[in-house]
Write a protein that binds this ligand. Structure first.
Ligand code: FNR
Length: 188
């Protein structure tokens, strides 16, 4: 059984350390997880005015989520909360009313920061939103990555043994979580 994992990078930065983290996570993940990025930078700002006629970018996002078995959020913390671009993408995917793409979706949250708190506060905001969206979140382990220079190379090579072990364990636990949720709530 292979699981399709859609992943959000919560940053639009061309030098995103969260994108670097995503490469490490993909390298260290169990072999039976396959990853597809869910792009957020091309989405207009959400308005209910679009509900009757979603633009192609937003329809594509909802279709990509529907094609996923699980969603991984890899995001920075902006001003102790969720980056606006990511929140906008979540809002698009959660609508129109009654067509919430995250309903019962297995999910996990991780993030990297240049600061020592490692996105811990931002993740609480994100988790609250995902709870309302009825996603089935992995609650442990939590993963707050203080990404210091040289810790992870651009290609996702992790240069610290204990960090590599931690991220490997995180992805292994994520796979277990996805399998458990899908046993109880199979994807339609
Ligand atoms: C930040 N940064 C930041 N860091 C943090 O630990 N807590 C925070 O609340 C914030 N707030 C914040 C707001 C805004 C608007 C920016 C641009 C940055 C710093 C942040 O950790 C750093 O820029 C990371 O490099 C962001 O991740 P990406 O974009 O490189 O993936």
């Amino acid at each position: 059984m292979t699981y399709q994992v859609g992943y959000f990078i919560g940053s639009l930065s061309s030098t995103s350390i969260n994108r670097t983290l995503s490469r490490a996570l993909i390298r260290l993940a169990p072999d039976d997880l396959e990853f597809t990025e869910l792009p957020i930078g091309n989405l207009p700002l959400y308005s209910p005015d679009f509900d009757a006629d979603y633009p192609p970018e937003a329809t594509a996002l909802k279709e990509a989520i529907a094609a996923s078995d699980a969603i991984l959020f890899i995001s920075p913390e902006y001003n102790r909360s969720i980056p606006g671009a990511l929140k906008n993408a979540i809002d698009w995917a959660s609508r129109p009313w009654g067509q919430n793409s995250f309903d019962h979706m297995p999910a996990a949250v991780i993030g990297a920061s240049i600061g020592q708190i490692g996105t811990a506060v931002g993740q609480q905001s994100l988790r609250a939103v995902l709870s309302f969206c009825n996603a089935r979140q992995m609650t442990a382990p939590e993963a707050y990555i203080h990404l210091t220079p040289g810790l992870i190379d651009d290609d996702g090579t992790v240069n610290d043994e204990s960090t590599a072990a931690f991220l490997t364990d995180f992805m292994s636990e994520f796979r277990t979580h996805v399998a458990r949720v899908l046993t109880v709530i199979p994807r339609a």
